[in-house]
Design a binder for this molecule. Sequence first.
Ligand code: SF4
Length: 358
Amino acid sequence: MEYRDRSDDECHELIKAAKASLGQDLVILGHHYQRADVYQHADLRGDSLKLSKLASQTNSEHIIFCGVHFMAEVADIMSNQHQKALLPDLAAGCSMADMANLSKVNRAWTEIKSVLGEEMSVTPITYINSAADLKAFCGERGGIVCTSSNASQIVTWGLGQREKILFFPDQHLGRWSGHQLGLINEIDMKVWDPDLWMGGLSEEEIKQAKILLWKGHCSVHQMFQPEHIARFREKYPEGHVISHPECRFEVCDQSDFVGSTEYIVQTIAAAKPNTRWLVGTELNLVNRIAEEFRSEGKVVEFMSPLVCMCSTMNRIDPQHLAWQVENLVDGTLVNQIIVPDADKDMARVALDRMLSIS
Ligand code: SF4
């Protein structure tokens, strides 16, 4: 029988049996946004960088990343020689990561150089939500990777190295980070549209800008609007609002707290009992937090009235996971993610730069 025809319950049993058989040879990573029926099988849980770091500290030869493609790439880059990273469904991509690719970033770099000259002083910074070859691009050019936890710190570092930053692929994380550093004038941060000649900017605008923000975004976090916060505050003036920095600027600006998935979990965990929270991040995580802290009387609400999950990560279901672990039991690797050596080395340079300063 095809795996897609098997019931969830049957797949759960197959996964449990395969895990028991593989023992320490396998570690399953579950990202915060992963659906509950897959997340329950994870040995380690958290955000993408934390999970890749933890996996590299295990002796497991096989690392299954229940997340999206770039996360499995990071796991492969950070893994030890004997370890192999796997993704249950290759169609589990990240729509934001796909908004920047090497040819578009190369073209932007060349166009910026044509304005600023050969010796241009620009630090390329890529959000960890990007393909491995873009991390390598940054590694080769004195640039760096950032996460949603350390973006402000990394942007500070980048501006300490050179006059400007090219930040990709998430304009919102870049804008929020720049704003945190006091870049509040319109000329300081300009959006670079990769589909337009010179990013749609004039030479003057490119010369004046401190940060060029790639025109990319997360479709999930774009669903949250300032009106959602206004309605909540009107109804619950004592409530707290917490958002992920992938949300648009107006949402972050009107939130009481802004931070990464780990920060969101930790902030609500540390809050007083019987508090109320409006949370602007992916629905699977919000549901999980709501459940976890209900016994403390904390009420945790999702920011949008519409359902918005990470639909690509949701492609990883019990059927794909069962198929992958059963193949492993048979000694067959399916959907291994292998970053080419050249990209791996330079991406590692950009990641290590980040780890050394944050
Ligand atoms: S939530 Fe958005 S940024 Fe995160 S993996 Fe999904 S599409 Fe990518």
